[in-house]
Design a protein around this ligand. Structure first.
Ligand code: F6R
Length: 608
């Protein structure tokens, strides 16, 4: 996702900021820009594409006098990744960079247009910049005007602001997007992540939601956004090297990405609910008809996302849906019905089999839709419509947060199409949206305990030769995913199975040395899954039952349960998934495996 850095101090600011942006490149971006004041003039230089394009533009300018600057790498959300949509955006003497989504920008865009403001980009960030300028009244400090504008903005953001008439000061604020202060000697920084300023200072203040900050070379003050009361904050000293800093203090990227899932869920929802949070909006599909049928095509973990969502698409949106593995689909003569929509799911957008399947669907003249995480990837360039999963870059080879974001977007799609068809029962949507709104915080609170339990189970079971992951209904694809993760990370043979299929053969494998992780959430299949669990137990197989906190009629008689926090309906899956991911992570690290780069695997499978 986007990266921000602001610098004010004694060095030439432009090179410091460009170097900082390079160290934020890992976050992913598709355009970049910088704003600085030199010779009392505000300059904004922006370029589409990689940072080298921005550097080329800067090379032809004399930029060495500026000692304050704000820089940005943009990961397109509202508006294409063009130079005019790149940040910073300007309004009068102000320039602003922004990470996140200003959800209710449309109402302010209209208001500001009615007051004569002319916008030159498609972005909500330009509206936010103009809103700050609009709040600026004679005698009112910029801090107050900035705070007033931010109080009106719904959504997640980290923002940094500069003013031509106050060239040494940078203002910044955050809500649900990362922002830190770096404290140097005679210089200060704000940035989305520590690596941006790590070569210059290791003294950091972590900003919290609802905080706003003003920095100059010799001072920093943090205030509450609500009433601008100064806030005491403590400084932390960072000992990490650059690589660990990019891992945010986690031992591996995979662990970091598992813990980023609450953030990924919040980012996925941003901009996809209306301002009152009473309806799902998918602007990318507003002009497309409701698909009469869906053919979901994907590979690996992305295939599991499709399987997980199929019952929701059928039950809520009443769309007949089938899910296929891309490498199978591409080598038969698929029969696609007129109007049937091919929905391809891919984190990377480069998976060769998925891309080939997409091309076949196009040849069959099917409408095509992609769910993808990487902006501008091959798949996104070849589909009729793209919905970005907005999980941010996934660096670890094993997919974790990408799946979480795919599940979330698919769930939103099922609600969206159900809402359009009118097939959702009355009162269902508000209940779903309320539960969704609470999900990121609930998951964030649950993750540490899930990791502790995963570690204990890994200690007990990481030495076995093989294990089952069993589930029914929406727990079946999660069981497949649990098994896939164990295989690819720890190289233990793990089999994911539909629990009801066990008696048709695989139950022969059950013996005291062969454990089964059985997913038994409190859903409509609870008693069925419990019976399958009992069948395994009766044959002497050790069972680890992943289930929700016991209730009087929802109980399991098993020696080993793993209690997973409960949630509304299918949201339960968002807690079972990280439990399984964490188990595979803990088992693999215990066995000393290369978690982020398992043997024989590549992050992007561009060969068939
Ligand atoms: C497993 C994993 C793979 C990918 C698969 C598809 O952890 O990462 O199974 O899910 O290679 O990749 P994308 O989603 O990029 O098409």
């Amino acid at each position: 996702m986007c990266g921000i850095i602001g610098y004010t101090g004694h060095r030439p600011a432009v090179p410091v900021v460009v170097e900082g942006l390079k160290r934020l490149e890992y976050r992913g971006y598709d355009s970049a820009g910088i704003g600085f004041v030199q010779n009392q003039d505000l300059h904004v230089v922006r370029a589409a594409g990689k940072l080298v394009n921005l550097e080329e533009k800067l090379a032809s300018l004399d930029v060495f006098l500026a000692t304050s600057a704000v820089g940005h790498t943009r990961w397109a959300t509202h508006g294409a990744p063009t130079e005019s949509n790149a940040h910073p955006h300007r309004a009068g003497s102000l320039c602003l960079v922004h990470n996140g989504i200003f959800e209710n920008y449309e109402e302010y865009r209209r208001l500001l247009q009615s007051r004569g403001h002319v916008f030159s980009s498609e972005t909500e960030t330009e509206v936010l910049t103009a809103l700050v300028a609009d709040e600026r009244k004679p005698g009112l400090p910029l801090l107050d005007a900035f705070a007033r504008a931010l109080r009106k903005a719904h959504g997640a953001y980290a923002v940094a602001l500069m003013d031509q008439s106050e060239p040494d000061a940078i203002y910044a604020a955050r809500r649900s997007a990362p922002l830190l202060l770096g404290i140097g000697a005679g210089e200060n920084y704000v940035a989305s992540d520590i690596p941006a300023f790590l070569p210059y200072t290791r003294n950091v203040v972590f900003l919290e939601d609802g905080e706003i900050i003003r920095i100059t070379p010799s001072s920093w003050q943090i205030f509450s956004l609500e009433d601008l009361r100064p806030l005491p904050k403590s400084t932390h000293h960072i000992n990490w090297d650059m690589q660990s800093a990019q891992k945010g203090g986690f031992r591996h990227f995979m662990l970091k990405e598992i813990f980023e899932q609450p953030r990924a869920i919040a980012d996925c929802m941003a901009g996809r609910l209306n301002a009152a949070h009473t309806a799902v909006v998918i602007p990318e599909l507003e002009s497309s008809p409701l698909p009469p049928r869906l053919r979901i095509i994907a590979c690996g973990t992305s295939f599991h996302a499709g399987l997980w969502a199929m019952p929701l698409l059928e039950e809520w949106a009443r769309i007949p849906t089938c899910v296929e593995i891309a490498s199978e689909f591409r080598y038969r003569n698929p029969l696609l019905m007129p109007g049937e929509t091919a929905l391809v799911i891919s984190q990377s957008g480069e998976t060769a089999d998925t891309l080939a399947a997409l091309r076949i669907a196009r040849e069959c003249r099917c409408p095509t839709l992609a769910l993808c995480n990487v902006v501008g990837s091959s798949i996104t360039r070849e589909t009729d419509a793209v919905i970005y999963t907005q999980a941010g870059p996934e660096i670890s080879v094993a997919s974790t947060k990408a799946l979480c974001s795919q599940m979330l977007v698919l769930l939103l799609l099922a609600l969206y199409w159900g809402q359009r068809r009118g097939s959702l029962p009355s009162g269902f949507l508000p209940e779903a949206l309320q539960a969704l709104a609470a999900l990121p915080a609930q998951l964030e609170a649950a993750l540490p305990a899930l990791q502790t339990e995963a570690r204990a189970l890994a200690q007990k079971y990481a030495s076995v030769a093989g294990m089952f992951f069993l589930g029914r209904g929406q727990s079946y694809p999660l069981a497949l995913e649990g098994a896939l993760k164990v295989k690819e990370l720890s190289y233990i043979h793990a089999e994911g199975y539909a629990a009801g299929e066990m008696k048709h053969g695989p139950i022969a494998l059950i013996e005291p040395e062969f454990p089964s992780f059985i997913l038994v959430p409190h859903d409509s299949l609870f008693t069925k899954s419990r019976s399958n669990l009992e069948e395994v137990q009766a044959r002497g197989g050790p069972v680890i039952a992943l289930t929700n906190p016991p209730k009087s009629d929802l109980n399991l008689a098993v020696p080993q349960t793993w209690i997973i926090p409960d949630a509304w309906g299918p949201l339960k899956g968002f807690f079972f998934l990280p439990a399984l991911q964490l188990f595979s992570y803990e088992a693999a690290t215990r066995l000393g495996k290369d978690v982020d780069q398992p043997r024989n695997l590549a992050k992007s499978v561009t060969v068939e």
